[in-house]
Design a protein around this ligand. Structure first.
Ligand code: GAR
Length: 201
């Protein structure tokens, strides 16, 4: 790989994780360049953050295609255009298809300590179960739902008065730091997968 790691980020929502990457890049502490930001919907704050930073954006909505397979092929084409070394799904709330996953290495953050509480409601499910600690997991994306090899995990304690919102905000604060750390380590040291483990550096 010559030059900084080419990073493509996929978003669906507020994009605060994307902002952490953009801020680290602007501060000169991220050995990577966000080359594009894609979304699965026409309008979201994540796309606005990318536009403000002058990063190219694209939208590929499932509803614009006859089925998920066609969406997968179209998204893969968009991703390939930017030749990313690494793709980060930062609050991207769609399961990626095989064609897209074949384009690059994908990493995701999930707001729970996997393999506990996978899926779209990791924060709510951890609270409902009554666990005393939860956190965030950075992992490689595979064909399953939050099942890929784990790269890093950070713990967040749950307090008696936590709501889904207060807990998710504390998790996201941890995730923003973890994601910048993980991308930095992957960009500088590379990565390899050994069974269920992803070894970085
Ligand atoms: C983060 O908590 C991330 O882990 C989660 O969405 C949030 C995105 O926040 N991702 C998932 O739940 C993926 N299944 P953001 O939009 O502010 O970056």
């Amino acid at each position: 790989m010559s030059g900084p790691l080419r990073l493509l980020v996929l978003v669906s929502g507020s994009g605060s994780l994307l902002q952490a990457l953009l801020d680290a890049q602007a501060a000169g502490v991220l050995p990577a360049q966000v080359v594009a930001v894609g979304a699965d919907r026409e309008s979201c704050t994540g796309l606005e953050r990318a536009e403000r930073a002058g990063v190219p954006t694209f939208v590929e909505a499932v509803s614009a295609h006859p089925d998920r397979a066609a969406w997968d092929v179209a998204l893969a084409k968009q991703v390939r255009e930017y030749a990313p070394d690494l793709v980060v799904t930062a609050g991207f709330m769609k399961i990626l298809g095989p064609t897209t996953l074949g384009c690059a290495t994908f990493i995701n953050t999930h707001p729970a300590l996997l393999p506990s509480f996978p899926g779209a409601h990791g924060v709510r499910d951890a609270l409902a179960h009554g666990v005393r600690v939860t956190g965030s997991t950075a992992h490689l994306v595979d064909a399953g739902v939050d099942t890929g090899p784990i790269i890093e995990q950070r713990v967040v304690e749950i307090t008696d008065d936590d709501t889904e919102e207060t807990l998710h905000e504390r998790i996201k604060a941890v995730e923003r730091i973890m994601l910048v750390d993980v991308v930095t380590r992957m960009a500088t040291g590379g990565w390899r997968v050994e069974g269920r483990r992803c070894l970085v550096g």
